[in-house]
Design a protein around this ligand. Structure first.
Ligand SMILES: [Zn+2]
Length: 277
């Protein structure tokens, strides 16, 4: 997990943004930031929002919180249509991020206006991409003064924001896959490690069964989000236990599924148990 900043544009107490078609940019940006925040949290990240903070305060907030990435959401205005993403020009990775995020936001019929960089304009809103320590993007969701853009937004808010948030997290190298279960997910990493086995023979006639809902398993010996291969639910597990291996400060079982594919899963008896086949 990582700490990221997801800001709504113009959400400082004394800021105001564009308006049109009965909407204000300030309220759209806040709602969008809240949807994006829920998605990022579901992916295991912590999020700071800074609603009520001015632009300069948001920049300071992102920097003092040491977030690893910043996304600020806005709506455009001025007679166009579609989505675009602004980045601090001259930074190649920021440009690449912006290309991907602009494309991710241009769904459900919204036009893709692409990535736009700026080093020279001292336009206040671009401070967020210029002055944060972490890589930042400013995404313009749609044109608030376009009735057709607003109609697309109203019908597809969640899909649009989740698409943007997912691709942004992925570009920043962060987990972008939400945990699917609605029940409380079991922590992947046990706080106490169980005893290592002395011999592989211990597992010969055993199968592994999960005691937890949505228990993560990994493609290699790892506790990292990026190595998660899937989850198993309570009562479900793996028919073959190969061995117990130390991963960091705790243990995992190397297991095989019914097709012989190898995975790794916590060996903590809090989350799994070995049963006779
Ligand atoms: Zn704006």
């Amino acid at each position: 997990m990582a700490k990221v900043a997801i800001f709504g544009g113009h959400n400082g107490t004394n800021e105001s943004g564009a308006h049109g078609n009965g909407l204000t940019e300030k309220s759209v940006a806040k709602e969008a930031a809240q949807i994006a925040t829920a998605y990022a949290k579901a992916c295991g990240h912590s999020v700071v929002n800074g609603f009520g903070k001015s632009l300069s305060e948001r920049i300071k907030y992102a920097n003092s919180e040491n977030v690893v990435a910043v996304l600020e959401l806005h709506t455009n205005a001025g007679g166009g249509q579609g989505a675009e993403t602004l980045f601090c020009a001259g930074i190649l990775s920021a440009q690449q991020d912006a290309v991907v995020v602009a494309r991710a936001g241009a769904i459900k019929g919204l036009k893709n206006r692409g990535a736009k960089g700026d080093t020279t304009t001292r336009h206040g809103r671009l401070g967020i991409v210029r002055d944060t320590k972490a890589p930042a993007l400013l995404h313009e969701l749609f044109f608030i003064d376009s009735a057709s853009d607003v109609a697309i937004w109203k019908n597809n808010k969640k899909a649009i924001i989740e698409s943007i948030t997912k691709e942004w997290l992925k570009r920043r190298g962060l987990n972008s896959v939400p945990k699917t279960t609605t029940s409380k997910p079991a922590p992947a990493k046990p706080t106490t490690s169980s005893k290592p086995a002395t011999s592989n023979n211990t597992y010969k006639n055993k199968k592994l069964v999960s005691k937890a809902a949505s228990l993560r398993f990994y493609s290699k010996p790892s506790w990292a989000d990026k190595d998660v291969a899937g989850t198993v639910n309570k009562g479900i597990g793996f028919p073959t236990v190969v061995e117990k291996v130390k991963v960091g400060t705790a243990y995992q079982y190397k297991v095989k599924n019914s097709k012989g594919a190898t995975f790794y899963i916590t060996a903590s008896n809090k989350y799994v148990e070995l049963k006779n086949k």
